[in-house]
Design a binder for this molecule. Structure first.
Ligand code: C5P
Length: 222
């Protein structure tokens, strides 16, 4: 009995989260926002003031990390719960994002989080978004998408997203953040960002969300 898994990988700010949420709602499948797992890990380290060189402490956190996702139909946002508390807002801050990007290059962290992420695969299906869903976490997934978009377009989208939330973004800061994250994601030794061999590559630079969704649905329904 194979559980269908749809993986959506790609660089920061490409819109994976939006596409993943819409697909999970359409199919009524579970959702794994793997970036949020790394962010929740970072938040735990930050709150408990743990030294990232303390491997024993990192292992303990990975073993006990309790992250859950809740999507309400018609709702544009996914709520993320850490130890039963809604931490959606704080996880999205730049500080936690930066920390997450850094700890994501530590081998023991990635290794320990592997099984935790695999466990999200449950009936009737799963949509998983991140950087290595199709290559490392779910290499046997039935459906794989790799989303790309130019750096300029991704910076623009983040700027608009910040404005929609009522906060102002400084374009140069966003640009340097996207470039830094790309560099860490593409060049890290363990599980670097790259398309799985059997992934459908979608360049969304000039596509609307609906146009991307049409392609993803075509893949899943084929
Ligand atoms: O996608 P998001 O920005 O929430 O991810 C936070 C950080 O976690 C990213 O900068 C990325 O480096 C890391 N990450 C990862 N592997 C994943 C998902 C996220 O290394 N599968």
């Amino acid at each position: 009995n194979i559980i269908p898994v749809l993986t959506i990988d790609g660089p920061s700010g490409v819109g994976k989260g939006t596409i993943a949420r819409i697909m999970a709602q359409k199919k009524n499948w579970h959702l794994l926002d793997s970036g949020a797992i790394y962010r929740a890990f970072a938040l735990t380290i930050d709150t408990r003031e743990i030294n990232i060189a303390d491997e024993k402490a990192l292992r303990k956190i990975a073993e006990t990390l309790d992250v859950k996702f809740k999507t309400k139909s018609g709702n544009k946002l996914v709520s993320i719960y850490l130890d039963g508390k809604d931490v959606s807002k704080i996880l999205r801050t730049e500080k936690i994002g930066k920390m997450a990007s850094k700890i994501a290059s530590i081998e023991v962290v990635r290794a320990m989080l592997l099984k935790r992420q695999k466990d999200f695969s449950e009936t009737p299906g799963l949509v998983a978004d991140g950087r290595d869903m199709g290559t490392t976490v779910f290499p046997d997934a039935l459906f794989k998408v790799y989303l790309t978009a130019s750096v300029d377009e991704r910076v623009n989208r983040r700027l608009k997203q910040l404005q929609a939330q009522g906060s102002e973004g400084i374009i140069l800061n966003i640009l340097s953040d996207v470039v830094d994250r790309d560099k860490r994601d593409y060049t890290r030794k363990y599980s670097p960002l790259k398309p799985a061999k059997d992934a459908l590559i979608i360049d969304s630079t000039k596509l609307s969300i609906d146009e991307v969704i049409i392609q993803v649905i075509a893949l899943v329904e084929a």
